[in-house]
Design a protein around this ligand. Sequence first.
Ligand code: F6R
Length: 260
Amino acid sequence: MEVIIKTNYDEMSRAAAHVVADILNTKPNAVLGLATGSTPLGIYKELVRLHQEEGLDFSQVTTFNLDEYVGLSVLHSQSYHYFMHENFFKHVNIPKQNVYIPSGTTRNYQAFCQWYEQRIEECGGIDVQILGIGADGHIAFNEPTSSLSSRTRLKTLERQTIDDNARFFEKREDVPSYAITMGVGTILEARQIVLLASGANKAHVVAASVEGPVTSMVTASALQMHPATLFFVDKEASSELKMRDYYDWIQEKKPGAPQI
Ligand code: F6R
């Protein structure tokens, strides 16, 4: 795991977007794993800018989103379908048929989840997975105590997640209690992972994920087992990291490091 500390949200988002762009430039038909929530807005903004101003091409890209609320139709303003369309898909040239987002309205969740996993595999697996992190340490909607080898499935949201996400809904009671989410095991199979965390309210879980024990109580800690995870954080989110100086030192020494 590599921790990259940036001075602010915009810088962090730009740096993370460039990791994705570099992958697309070497593999134009890459499979992207996408996240929603407030944190990745900056990365989408930069990817859209790279597309519109610098010709970054998405015409051969396939995408798989991490999760979707159960019970919200694709047209609901708080559905992740709607979020992705508004903040990313309508601004870039990803073919519609290459976009996969879990269904929040299927009649057979188990069959749908199996099909979703199968589609990821048939498309060659995820090349780069973008992640945020919840205040309870979740990745996707893998709440505390989720199995670290879990696959795509229906999950009951934790009360804290419902409280945190209530800011997007008119009232707390409108936040769905269930979601379909990729599992921790599904996420760990991505070739490259780019996690972003911003703000002081994430500092505690960032430290627990990077420097704490690997535990299902903080599902992001499972990323310690992943061979290629970049943890992008802004100053506030990095404030509880004990090895902060070392992470900065690694970045400083990078240009001079022997080429592997
Ligand atoms: C969203 C997702 C969640 C969020 C997390 C942080 O697709 O999978 O894990 O990344 O809840 O959300 P924000 O960025 O809104 O703090």
